[in-house]
Design a protein around this ligand. Structure first.
Ligand SMILES: [Cu+2]
Length: 310
């Protein structure tokens, strides 16, 4: 009895680790799309609890090697709530996690497991699960410190939010961002803002919005928000250079850009992606004040206004 009890001891003392998902500036406009930290060494039998600490939603997801990445609203398929076990043989994912929500994963077997967010493509990490006899390089305090350093370094990055592409004074940059490489994967900083939240033009002028974020989609939406934010509204046409173009004749009209997003990175052995649609133009025929939002991030303050003078 006594010997049996002692042999069980290592399993009973399985450690419980903590990590954060996302971080943000006080005004919510700068979002770290990152697992903080994004690399953790643990023992088989241990668990990790991820806590979402930002207003931008995320998932905590472990797919199996070679699995095709599913849309976030399908799951892998299906969702786990609260906690799950991952041993590398079948995938697990949360649904959309909001600020304050937690998800715990138990890792019963050894291996190196990739961690992803199904909403943000360049938000990845690794969990190294070692045999209980192996020493671990770091304790929880190290990871807490690393999470803090990594998130403040990302949030403090200034050049990522500066508009790079102004051809004319009627240009507005939509968002901005940067993918930061770590040994374990990528962290992303996304600035959820319009470079010129208020822009003044003349009737007959065209304003041009360009999404400069490396990965995050945004929209430019006047009037009624559509059910499905992905496609442009039916009153949007295509310019010869691939940009989408809308026309507003009255402050009560609606027009929606659809997703403006950079093309994903290409990979050897896979079909090349089409160029992304990153540019949207709207011509204003009548004077007035035209408020607009990004349909994805208005909750983070991503709103603007076009003042059209006669
Ligand atoms: Cu947005």
């Amino acid at each position: 009895m006594l010997v049996g009890g002692l042999l069980l001891l290592p399993q009973l003392s399985a450690a419980q680790w903590n990590a954060k998902v996302g971080a943000e500036s006080n005004d919510l406009a700068r979002q770290d799309l990152a697992f903080l930290p994004n690399e953790i060494w643990i023992h088989a039998g241990d668990s990790i609890t991820w806590s979402v600490t930002a207003a931008e939603p995320h998932t905590v997801t472990f797919l199996t090697d070679g699995q095709i990445r599913p849309p976030f609203n399908v799951g892998c398929p299906g969702f786990s709530a609260g906690s799950a076990t991952f041993d590398g043989t079948s995938c697990i994912t949360t649904g959309i996690l909001s600020k304050g929500e937690k998800f715990a994963v138990v890792f019963p077997v050894t291996g190196n497991f990739k961690l992803v967010c199904l909403i943000h493509e360049d938000m990845t990490g690794i969990v190294h699960v070692l045999a209980p006899s192996q020493p671990l390089p770091h304790g929880q305090e190290f990871y807490d410190r690393l999470a803090k350093t990594e998130s403040s370094a990302l949030l403090a990055d200034r050049d990522a939010a500066k508009p790079k592409h102004k051809h004319s004074q009627n240009d507005v940059a939509v968002g901005g961002g940067e993918i930061v490489a770590t040994g374990a994967g990528s962290d992303t900083l996304s600035a959820m803002h319009f470079s010129d939240p208020v822009i003044t033009v003349r009737a007959g002028d065209t304003v041009e919005w360009t999404n400069e974020d490396s990965t995050t989609a945004h929209t430019v939406t006047f009037g009624t928000e559509p059910q499905d934010p992905v496609p442009p509204s039916s009153n949007v046409t295509l310019d010869p250079d691939g940009a989408r173009h809308g026309l507003l004749n009255s402050i009560s009209d609606s027009v929606h850009s659809g997703f403006l997003q950079a093309a994903p990175q290409d990979r050897v052995g896979l079909a090349q992606a089409s160029p992304g649609v990153t540019c949207f133009r709207v011509t204003f025929s009548k004077p007035g004040i035209y408020p607009y939002i990004c349909a994805l991030h208005d909750g983070l303050g991503m709103k603007g206004k076009v003042v059209v003078l006669p």
